[in-house]
Design a protein around this ligand. Structure first.
Ligand code: MF3
Ligand code: CO
Length: 270
């Protein structure tokens, strides 16, 4: 499949989807407390889609049964919401996608429920920062794996973490998953040239142990085989016509986190 190049108009629509996703993740994070179930979080997200006139990117995707992926502790990604109450100390990853006028936004966050193991917090902080460094490394005229190398370089600088190999980021636009696939490891300077109008979902997935995973019998939930806890962060960003990035699923467009890395965001949206 060719890489879909978006016009400014297309990217403005993707921004509308991105805002719905960013808002829903914040609503769910605020509601996620001990005793709350991930199915309740799924309902909050479904209601938010209705409130905003958006539809789910996930529901029905290869038969996926919900609008949310909720993965707890050694579940790393693609967990199906269920009736188990969240407990103090859990590490929760939420992954959510929305469609507005045919354009997708896709984002994920990980956070702790109540007080958590400091090593789990470090795992999440490392995963989150690696994602931002990956986005910051995406320059017009550069190459796709500049992103991959920046992600791995940061993770490896922080300790011994397992970086999932079987899953990665992706192009996104009028489909949730488009070319190119974006791996979270490897050498810079390879792959397609980064050009204006590309939109990519960047999503590192790491564990405190081995990167070896398996899929549970529910055919979705990806767990670490060594049962080590995992973290997952994801944002959808675009290279805008002014040559700068804009993080479509971040409510501030990425201004704060990219600014901290010395990258100015595009002023073409909003
Ligand atoms: N949002 C996931 C990704 O980042 C995909 C979710 S799988 C689904 O690529 F089935 F839930 F849609
Ligand atoms: Co994704």
């Amino acid at each position: 499949m060719e890489i879909q190049i978006k016009s400014l108009d297309d990217l403005k629509k993707m921004r509308r989807a991105g805002i719905v996703v960013g808002e829903a993740l914040l609503l769910m994070k605020a509601a996620a407390k001990p005793g709350v179930t991930t199915l309740e979080l799924d309902s909050i997200a479904a209601q938010h889609l209705r409130d905003r006139g958006a539809i789910s990117s996930f529901l029905g995707y290869y038969g996926y049964p919900n609008v949310l992926c909720a993965s707890v502790n050694h579940e790393i990604v693609h967990g199906i919401p269920n009736e188990r109450p969240l407990q103090e100390g859990d590490l929760l990853s939420l992954d959510f996608g929305a469609i507005v006028e045919g354009w997708h936004g896709d984002s994920a966050i990980s956070f702790g429920i109540g007080e958590i193991d400091p090593a789990d917090q470090k795992l999440m902080d490392t995963c989150d920062e690696s994602m931002w460094r990956g986005i910051a490394a995406a320059k017009v005229g550069g190459r796709l794996t500049d992103i991959s190398a920046a992600i791995q370089g940061y993770i490896d600088s922080q300790g011994k973490y397992g970086i999932l190999r079987e899953y990665g980021g992706h192009g996104i636009g009028t489909e949730m998953h488009q070319d190119p696939h974006v791996v979270n490891y490897g050498e810079p300077g390879l792959g397609p040239e980064l050009v204006v109008g590309m939109a990519l979902a960047i999503e590192p997935m790491i564990t405190r142990g081995s990167a070896t995973t398996k899929v549970l019998k529910d055919e979705w939930t990806v767990v670490s085989v060594d049962k080590s806890n995992g973290a997952h962060f994801e944002q959808t960003f675009a290279l805008m016509p002014d040559g700068r990035p804009f993080v479509l699923t971040s409510l501030d467009g990425g201004a704060a986190r990219l600014g901290a890395l010395g990258v100015e965001i595009s002023s073409l949206v909003e």
